[in-house]
Design a protein around this ligand. Structure first.
Ligand code: KG4
Ligand code: ZN
Length: 333
């Protein structure tokens, strides 16, 4: 039984959350709109925005959970992976606050936290389960044995699938981050109109860098014939790109469930917000007998609720950090 403050600052969202006895009470996120005009996250601007947001957002969640700061039992924070300057803000703040309150720190691995977001709301997957983690920085298939024991079964060898969504969107002239825009446009398009080559990788690994090149060459060829090609075919292009990426994801995910003989299937990370992916998973749950778990939308993209629940599970496990721990931009899994 514990009251945990969770802090997330690995990329471009400053977020704080309170978890009381395993129940996430709130999850406040300050998004950084400033990056859109640069077509991607600018690390130094992200750090400055975190500096601006961190104190107000932490005060906000403590106030709205109707607790006193002295009631906190521990502070969980994202130690990595992520942008160094961004991580430093959350890390330093967490340390200073924990030191002043004389309470323990719980360093959390951002990618493991995306997985543990499945324990915020009921129903929860039963261990062991397969988790497909799909974000702007990672694409992994995991076998999750417990909150502290996860095996990587396969992963991308180059770009993450979120990156592929964003790069494809950029080629279509859409603003950053393009993933949600592709999703929205794809709803009105024909997913089988255009074909893009799916990269073939051994075992359960992925490669997403080739698809960007395949889309680029295809668009160059068509634009030579028709300058308005992208504008005139935008929804079909978005739907076809989305279909290709989802098909690649599902192929390896299905292989993983067969290989491990597990039918508990969870998805995590920003791309799990994709409505096309959600639809295919629903279909598979009927056709392949999967029990599918998808977190509530607010817990799919970067958020502190997942850090707070990870903090709760690690607190129960007795996994604490040290005041001398530094951020790990490439934190090992
Ligand atoms: O997990 P996340 O919020 O941040 C990282 O840790 O990377 O994931 C962000 C990624 C971005 O690439 C964004 O384009 C993608 O998730 N994304 C989506 C959707 N919503 C977010 N991609 C496709 N469809 C969506 N609806
Ligand atoms: Zn993330």
């Amino acid at each position: 039984m514990a009251v945990i403050l969770g802090i997330e600052s690995s990329c471009d969202e400053t977020s704080a959350s309170i978890c009381i006895n395993g129940k996430v009470i709130n999850n406040e996120i300050a998004s950084q709109a400033i990056h859109a005009q640069y077509g991607g996250v600018v690390p130094e601007l992200a750090s400055r925005e975190h500096q601006r947001n961190i104190v107000p957002i932490v005060n906000h969640v403590i106030h709205h959970a109707s607790i006193n700061v002295t009631e906190l039992d521990a502070i969980a924070y994202t130690r990595g992976p992520g942008l160094l300057g961004a991580l430093l803000v959350g890390n330093s703040f967490a340390k200073a606050m924990a030191a002043s309150l004389n309470i323990p720190l719980i360093p959390v691995h951002h990618m493991k936290a995306h997985v543990l977001a499945h324990f915020i709301d009921d129903p929860n997957p039963a261990y062991p389960f397969i988790c497909l983690t799909v974000s702007g920085g990672h694409t992994q298939i995991l076998k999750v044995n417990s909150p502290t024991d996860m095996d990587i079964l396969g992963q991308t060898k180059d770009d993450a699938v979120g990156e592929a969504f964003d790069k494809a969107a950029k080629l279509l002239g859409l603003p950053y981050p393009g993933g949600p825009m592709i999703d929205k446009l794809a709803k009105d398009g024909d997913p089988y109109r255009f074909k893009f080559a799916e990269s073939v990788m051994p075992a359960l690994d992925y490669s997403f860098s080739g698809i960007k090149t395949s889309i680029l060459y295809f668009l160059r060829k068509e634009l030579k014939k028709d300058k308005g090609f992208i504008k005139n075919n935008l929804t079909d292009l978005a739907a076809s790109i989305q279909q290709t990426l989802i098909s690649m994801l599902l192929d390896k995910l299905t292989k993983a469930t067969r290989q491990e003989n597990i039918n508990q299937v969870a998805i995590a990370g920003g791309v799990s917000a994709n409505s096309g992916l959600r639809k295919v998973l629903e279909l598979n749950s009927k056709e392949l007998g999967w029990d599918v778990f998808i977190p509530d939308f607010q817990y799919c993209t970067d958020n502190a609720g997942m850090i707070a629940i990870s903090g709760h599970l690690l607190y129960e496990h007795g996994s604490f950090g040290k005041i001398t721990d530094s951020p790990l931009p490439r934190m090992p899994f």
